[in-house]
Design a protein around this ligand. Structure first.
Ligand code: SAH
Length: 511
């Protein structure tokens, strides 16, 4: 990235950045670079807010208005804000849906910047028509039916000023991509036909292109008004692709045929644990929301220090969860120590995600019971441990007592080291609550008894509106004891197993 600090005088710099059509993965590397270094982001309602995750955490984030939510900024107000931030020597990202130079009114912003001598750069984005075609598998040009493409906006901006020459457009031989055509459908469709475009011309309508709620309708120009007006009425944002190429639409939509397309899934673990599950679910086409039920905080630093100085006394160290591993090593590292404290101590892990977390620290667990339960571990430890050896259990403040009592029963000496606290999140997010109540969330993932209990407590009144995916029999038992019913249960008891269980259910019942 060219040095954003290299500003002319005291006039900051503005990056006009395309956010792409919706799918955050369609944003450019350059956009991410700019976001990472800016002081302020001004974004449109069409720019997916998830893209803001790449923004400098210290940057001010200003939403310029969503339809129906709060005020919508006028172009003048936006220009003024850009100039006033620039005069404070700020680096600003002006983030716009799709490509900034296509129906984005960037021309007006560029004029204002040039006039005020504010330096700027432009980062293109994937525009909606191109993205919609791609996410339907539709070629926009085709050797047999269209060798040109035109992008038009059907909005009638200036009252008496016609935006489009419909006579020319009706005779245009290629594909027509109509932007902002939902509310004006009667006007543009009738104008095209009035000037001779055949009512039989095929039309593809793509709403929320590239997003997990993408909707695709196809019809002919003669029925497009009816198709939009409904009921149900089709709401923006939608793009209309008009022309013979639409006849080449594949019967199968590669994007919408993903196994979890159309499913909205709520994750409930602590946010930092979600990355992998989120990626897997999104790759399968699901829409993912997060509402942590449990908050994880580090604890027990002094104990870690004491124990790592005497770790050699133990024959085995048992990690019972991924959080245990992360918190143990973070504390160890903060104390100026590292994995050498392990010496000859052998390592056991409950669950694949726990052993995988150990691999991040280049440690191979010596024992990972095939069955991901404390009970299985006790049996296998018993077979391997010398009678004079002690075991150290690394766990959280609310870990189940099964492992300690199992070890006790088996006559194995042990100590417990609590490296993190886990506390219930106290309030339900109002937006998620109402989404569940409206039936807009299909699944909740429940991966521990504590999560089960807190989910029941926070969402008790609306739980019958959502399907519950449980991680294991132990979790299912807690779900049932909380008065709820798990719809599916993972087997094996891993998060991947849980995703598979959801997928199997969806394949049988929803598709
Ligand atoms: N600069 C944007 C266009 C802004 S105009 C771009 O290059 O894509 C807003 C119009 O874009 C909407 O009315 C709709 O026609 C279209 N649009 C934007 N995002 C869309 C999406 N995800 N799905 C369908 N149409 C979309």
């Amino acid at each position: 990235l060219s040095d954003p600090n290299q500003k002319s005088g005291n006039l900051g710099k503005v990056y006009l950045v395309g956010a792409g059509p919706g799918d955050p993965a369609l944003v450019t590397l350059r956009a991410i670079e700019c976001l990472g270094q800016c002081d302020a982001v001004l974004y449109d309602y069409l720019a997916n807010e998830r893209i803001l995750h790449w923004a400098n955490p210290a940057a001010t984030k200003i939403c310029l208005g969503k339809h129906g939510v709060g005020k919508i900024w006028t172009q003048d107000q936006i220009n003024q804000k850009l100039l006033s931030l620039a005069s404070e020597n700020k680096t600003i990202v002006r983030l716009k849906g799709g490509d900034p130079l296509i129906f984005g009114r960037s021309g007006e912003e560029i004029d204002a910047l040039i006039h005020a001598q504010v330096p700027f750069e432009i980062v293109p984005g994937v525009t909606a028509s191109v993205a919609a075609a791609a996410y339907c598998g539709l070629p926009l040009t085709h050797r047999q039916s269209a060798s040109s493409l035109v992008l038009v906006t059907a909005s009638r901006k200036d009252g008496d000023h016609e935006c489009c020459d419909y006579k020319a457009l009706a005779n245009f031989p290629g594909t027509i991509a109509v932007y902002m055509g939902t509310t004006t459908v009667e006007y543009w469709a009738n104008e095209l036909m009035r000037f001779g475009k055949s009512p039989d011309t095929p039309v593809l309508i793509v709403r929320n292109a590239t997003l997990p709620n993408q909707k695709v309708l196809s019809c002919q120009l003669g029925q497009v008004v009816q198709t939009v007006i409904g009921p149900p009425r089709l709401r923006p944002p939608a793009i209309f692709l008009v022309g013979e190429v639409v006849n080449h639409l594949p019967a199968q939509n590669w994007f919408m045929n993903k196994p979890l397309f159309g499913q909205t899934i709520m994750l409930t673990r602590a946010e930092h644990q979600n990355d992998e599950a989120r990626n897997t679910l999104e790759a399968k086409g699901a829409q993912v929301l997060s509402h942590p039920m449990i908050q994880i905080t580090a604890s027990g630093e002094n104990q870690v220090l004491k124990i790592c100085n005497s770790l050699h006394r133990y024959g085995w160290i048992v990690f019972t969860s991924r959080n245990g591993v992360t918190n143990f090593f973070e504390q160890l590292f903060q104390l100026g120590k590292d994995a050498r404290v392990f010496g000859n101590v052998r390592i056991a892990a409950i669950g694949k995600s726990t052993s995988r977390q150990l691999e991040h620290y280049y440690l191979n667990a010596d024992l990972v019971p095939a069955e991901f339960r404390s009970e299985a571990l006790v049996e296998q430890l018993q077979a391997r441990i010398n009678p004079d050896q002690r075991v150290l259990i690394v766990q959280g403040s609310r870990s189940r007592g099964v492992l300690p009592s199992g070890l006790k029963e088996a006559g194995i000496n042990f100590d417990s080291l609590i490296v993190y606290r886990s506390d219930d999140v106290q309030t339900a997010d109002a937006e998620i609550y109402s989404k569940i109540a409206e039936g807009e969330i299909d699944w909740v993932t429940v991966s521990s008894p504590a999560i089960a209990r807190n989910f029941a407590r926070l969402f008790g009144d609306v739980v019958d509106k959502i399907k519950i995916a449980s991680l294991s029999p132990v979790t299912s038992q807690a779900i049932i004891e909380s008065g709820l019913v798990p719809t599916v249960e993972a087997d094996p008891y891993t998060f991947d197993g849980l995703i598979d269980a959801i997928q199997n259910h969806v394949q049988i019942y929803s598709k």
